[in-house]
Design a protein. Structure first.
Lengths: 196, 255, 196
């Protein structure tokens, strides 16, 4: 199969997909090497990024997806008759704590925010933006939370390494959270579940 | 003192403290604890006077600040001081504030990202277009533990609703309960409140029993006695009680 | 508005539209003459027809719509079939009952769910998410079910103790809608773009 035709087919898959298209799926469907699938997707990414088009290819949640440009948001909202939504500060703060501290327990979230977060945690769970990862192997076996694929999709992130960098004011000394047993941030990057 | 700030906008005590530190240009690494405590308590007072619902966390922080303040006022033991330096009582608070500040700032960064459904949009595939996945599809769509436990909760709560229809609720009137208590009192001069409630399981049954006792007292058929507050409540039969008959109509307001 | 920008916005509308986009709608949304909207749509039609692309603009039902090329139909069918199997409500509920009540008989599952679960149990067995543990030592010797290793893998659990308890679930208060400001909240939940 020539590459032009391959690219053309991959482009059609991007149109009909209901979620970000992964390179391994493309490879499986078209019976090609995954590296070749990646090449196709990346070429399409470049094509759309350079041409002045109504939408672009985004690297999101471990896959590739057509997304409109932010500068057209108002027109599209008008067309769809949808109102812009806003996150509450409580929701954003909690999401930030979960995203950067995962795997994290409710007690740790409450401690870091200084307020009870049960309501926000529940809302974020209901919205599928965070998920229960399991339980922590410490006395009491508290439930631990992490962000979901939907979180990445919502914020347009390819993976967790794409999160905005935390400004380092002063790292909370580990002994202070020892009773809470906060997981180290390095775990974020190494957690396979979040990466493509 | 003027509070031009929107008081109910604080997301918690840490948020409020950061605001006060910034507003009064304090050094976060060397917080004047007496001053910040005064500022904090003054703000709480304003919030209370405005009838704002103060969450427990705000009061807890007030207690923490006062504790730190008192610890800083304590004279340091010179001999002990030579052995091991007493940690600054403010350390934990300062670290929490710095840490919280990080997440508060990054939350704003997150919000400024192009959000799906707000700033950027994708093509929505209609169910008809999507078609049905074939049975041989090897993969399951990821589903979370929260969805699993929510599904179990849904199943169980569905059963509870049905159970209400299945169990025929025992209908017990206050009158019946009065007779039961009087009968129990015919063998013994007094009964403990807990004895009367011993075989009572349902909430409505407890209420009926309670009302029955109040009726008995009102009709002067029984007396309630307690030797000490928090002690056992005794119900005594009033002498000659067995000769009194209670007609249905005499008990007003209850059935 | 310059025509290039106009075309770009119209292109974005074509992407997000649920149904063929009509010229009069475009004119209304963008506040332009209908003739200008037609011109834009026709130019996009030409652009896509001449370039070798994965999809084209079609004139359908009095409007314009992106459609894939007929020659790619087979690939797209294959791609759609590869879509992961989505849990139905019945399947998830049955799986939850087995997970939390194991070892459990069909009769017990049916009782708890209030409906016959034979079909769903069959599917879950076929997909190896539940397994037969043996037979219960009661009259009739009914088969008892439990979850499998695949179940643990699907939910990312090391073992069954990692299942969140109902108590923990109930500790999270029911969702507080104020946490995410009301607006297009439904969009968050229903937007297919979030499903990965």
């Amino acid at each position: 199969m020539v590459t032009a035709e391959l690219k053309c087919i991959v482009e059609s898959l991007l149109l009909v997909a209901h979620s970000p298209v992964k390179a391994d799926t493309v490879a499986l469907i078209l019976g090609i090497e995954e590296s070749r699938a990646v090449l196709c997707l990346e070429q399409l990414y470049d094509d759309y990024a350079t041409g002045y088009r109504g939408f672009v290819v985004c690297r999101v949640a471990g896959g590739y997806q057509f997304r409109t440009r932010p500068e057209h948001a108002e027109w599209i909202r008008k067309f769809r008759r949808s109102r812009p939504f806003r996150f509450s500060r409580a929701a954003l703060e909690t999401l930030a704590v979960v995203a950067y501290r995962q795997p994290v327990t409710r007690a740790e979230i409450d401690y870091l925010r200084g307020v009870d977060s049960s309501g926000v945690v529940r809302t974020l769970l209901d919205r599928h933006l965070i998920r229960i990862l399991g339980k922590k192997d410490v006395p009491g076996k508290p439930v631990i939370y992490g962000t979901s694929r939907e979180f990445l999709a919502l914020f347009g992130l390819a993976d967790l390494t794409g999160l905005p960098t935390l400004k380092e004011f002063n790292e909370l000394p580990p002994e202070m959270l020892s009773e809470l047993e906060v997981g180290s941030q390095t775990q974020i990057a190494s957690d396979d579940g979040f990466l493509a | 003192m003027a509070y031009e700030i929107c008081l109910d906008s604080f997301k918690g005590p840490l948020d409020l403290l950061l605001h006060l530190i910034r507003k009064h240009e304090m050094d976060i690494y060397d917080i004047p604890i007496a001053e910040i405590t005064a500022q904090y308590l003054a703000t709480l007072e304003v919030m209370q006077s405005l009838n704002l619902d103060l969450a427990g966390e705000f009061l807890l922080m007030a207690a923490t600040l006062l504790q730190i303040k008192s610890r800083m006022l304590l004279p340091q033991d010179r001999e002990e001081n030579e052995e091991a330096e007493e940690p600054d009582p403010r350390t934990e608070l300062v670290n929490r504030l710095l840490e919280y500040q990080k997440y508060r700032e990054v939350a704003c960064c997150l919000e400024s990202l192009p959000l799906l459904g707000r700033d950027v949009f994708v093509r929505e595939v209609t169910p008809a277009e999507e078609g049905r996945p074939q049975d041989e599809s090897p993969e399951w769509e990821p589903v979370g533990l929260f969805e699993l436990v929510a599904a179990f909760h849904r199943v169980l709560s569905g059963r509870e609703e049905e159970a209400v229809h299945e169990i025929t609720r025992e209908h017990l009137s206050v009158t019946e309960r009065i007779y039961q208590i009087l009968e129990a009192l015919s063998d013994t001069p007094c009964l403990a409140f807990s004895e009367i409630l011993a075989d009572v399981v349902s909430r409505s049954h407890i209420i009926v029993t309670f009302l029955a006792m109040l009726e008995l007292v009102r009709m002067r058929l029984a007396r309630l006695m307690q030797h000490n507050p928090d002690h056992v409540i005794w119900i005594y039969a009033v002498d000659g009680g067995e000769t009194v008959s209670v007609a249905e109509g005499q008990i007003f307001g209850y059935s």
